[in-house]
Write a protein that binds this ligand. Structure first.
Ligand SMILES: Nc1nc(=O)c2c([nH]1)NC[C@@H]1CN(c3ccc(C(=O)N[C@@H](CCC(=O)O)C(=O)O)cc3)CN21
Ligand SMILES: CC(C)C(=O)C(=O)O
Length: 289
């Protein structure tokens, strides 16, 4: 299956450079941490579709095909019902729509926790069938053996610690983590464990800021914060949250726009024109010669 062809793009903004195969690489992402305080923070956003990827790609270092698509695209109550096939379909679309950013695809709940071998089977399908460069999985110390197994076999792994949404039933909700000494120690140990295991980067979600800073200072791989700290080595948000597509978003989301209002107002105008028969007009219909 060919997954790397280029799409025509409508705007020059979607085509920032003429060189098609100059995609950032995982080693270049890791180099940002080596460069230390002089390096620019890493910019990551979620993307689920080809056109969304085209628009975001020029502005990002990494695009995350997050399992948040379960809630954002499919209207599911949590990420637990997201399947490997869903992640692969959307991952392939995002790779086709981008050529600058490193594309990272989430491993869905149930596709990797059973054993390192199960994780390898799932991750190798993701890379082979999407063209993405890396996978992300949730978990710290408990996933260290699996991260090492994948990394040793050429699969770059982004870890995800702190508020891990696939563990919502065990955590009891999407509350911030690290408010007790035991939780704080656990999150710091998780960060060290995934770095030692060979993860190339780690998402730190929904933790008390001091802990995000402590992990960032304690490990040699980039930390990507969401509800964490501006001192992380990068940031990620769910694109639809940032765009203002939803009424209710986590506290850590900054709504940079109100796209929900744009969509509602546009649909309202269209509906009014259909009902008044002012659309389609002569410009949008075919007349005889
Ligand atoms: N659209 C979207 N954005 C996300 O950031 C996101 C998803 N979906 N789906 C997967 C997980 C779930 N996440 C979530 C979901 C909800 C809260 C939330 O509502 N937090 C509350 C506090 C928790 C509570 O009171 O129960 C908050 O006010 O931040 C946080 C993270 C983060 N991820
Ligand atoms: C919120 C981000 C980090 C994520 O894991 C997702 O989009 O699923």
């Amino acid at each position: 299956m060919s997954t790397t062809f280029q799409l025509d793009t409508a705007t020059s903004r979607a085509n920032p450079t003429p060189a098609p195969m100059k995609r950032l690489t995982v080693p270049k992402i890791m180099q940002r941490k080596v460069d230390g305080v002089t390096a620019e923070p890493l910019v990551m956003l979620t993307a689920y579709t080809a056109r969304q990827a085209q628009l975001l790609d020029p502005h990002c270092d990494m695009l995350l095909v997050g399992d948040s698509l379960g809630q954002v695209i499919y209207g599911l109550p949590s990420t637990l019902a997201v399947t490997l096939d869903m992640m692969i379909a959307h991952g392939a679309a995002v790779v086709r729509g981008s050529y600058h950013s490193v594309v990272v695809v989430d491993m869905p709940f149930g596709s990797y926790e059973g054993s390192p071998q199960q994780a390898f089977a799932s991750a190798s399908r993701i890379l082979a069938e999407t063209g993405a460069a890396a996978v992300k999985l949730e978990g710290g110390e408990a996933m260290a053996e699996t991260i090492a197994f994948l990394a040793a076999r050429g699969i770059p792994v982004m870890a995800h610690i702190g508020l891990t949404p696939q563990a919502v039933n065990a955590l009891g909700g999407y509350m911030a983590r690290g408010r007790s000494d035991a939780e704080e120690a656990k999150i710091i140990a998780d960060g060290k464990a995934v770095a030692d295991a060979g993860a190339f980067a780690v998402v730190i979600e929904g933790v008390v800021e001091d802990i995000a800073i402590a992990v960032t200072n304690a490990i040699a791989i980039p930390t990507v914060g969401i509800g964490a700290s501006a001192q992380c080595d990068g940031q990620v948000l769910v694109t639809e949250d940032m765009l203002g597509m939803f009424e209710r978003v986590p506290r850590f989301v900054k709504k940079y726009n109100d796209i929900a209002a744009v969509i509602s107002a546009t649909a309202e105008t269209y509906a009014a024109e259909v009902r008044s028969r002012s659309f389609p007009s002569a410009d949008h219909t075919y007349q005889p010669k």
